[in-house]
Design a protein around this ligand. Sequence first.
Ligand code: ZN
Ligand code: ZN
Length: 335
Amino acid sequence: MRASDLLCPRPEGLYCPPGDFYIDPVRPVPRALVTHGHSDHARSGHGSVLATRQTLDIMGLRYGEDFAGATQAARLGEAIDIGGARVSFHPAGHVLGSAQIRVEHRGLVIVASGDYKRQPDATCKPFEVVPCHVFITEATFALPVFRHPPDTEEIGRLLKSVGQFPERSHLVGAYALGKAQRVIRLLRDAGYERPIYIHGALAKLSDYYRSQGVDLGMLHAPTVEGGKGDFAGAVVVGPPSAAQDRWARRFPDPISCFASGWMRIRQRARQGGVELPLIISDHGDWDELTATITETGAQEIWVTHGREEALVRWCELQGIAARPLHLVGYEDEGD
Ligand SMILES: [Zn+2]
Ligand SMILES: [Zn+2]
């Protein structure tokens, strides 16, 4: 059988005819398999959702418990037969609960990675290489210019700045699912023990991370009673949009920081008014993407969301068949 008979792009998302399901559909469908909780991959309104327990919990927190007609939790590594297809979930190292989805039918194996990274991250399970015939990779940062430095180095730069400017606060923009908790955890691992202030938009997910055993130390809501002096020298973490809000005015002379793989592009940092760009990404960089493609042993690569052409070209130079998938509706919520 051809690989495109096992998984094929449709307007709703990646469709599996033998199993009659979609992976990360962007429109409501009867049966969805979901790789992770970022809103461009995990949407509400499906008839049924199969995902890891943590992804289902995260969807429930974001959309309410009735986000799907029915749900089923997939245990990592456990095979489930759906129609003529055998599926299993494997860690993707992207955010808590994130998984690649392996689909097998008549000896043909396709792995849909969802979003993934290879850098160590104490807030989720590490990426697992799953051998396959066809590997579907993301391409968010698929240009050789994207090389993410170690996250510990970036957090070191943040802490150095905190030490240099004890009267000012540091306002760190980080997405609510994954990035924010990772930044907090990195600060703790670097020995930062003071309370960290978090924006209300991060509270529910941070509590959930803690319930799953991710130690984030003492987190406070930044209440305004004591005046700006309370936040001298403080580290405050909020969603990227919050830096422009009224909310940010309570902090003394804040230094605007942003934790994102896009911070590699200086112009992007400047345009966003970011004084201290932190290159911390939950997506693989060029080296991680190309190394992963090689490690899967796949003879064929399908490339989706991001810079498809560069990675397709790289594969061809290695003698690996590759093509862009051109799926629509994925907006990179997570970085
Ligand atoms: Zn994505
Ligand atoms: Zn994501």
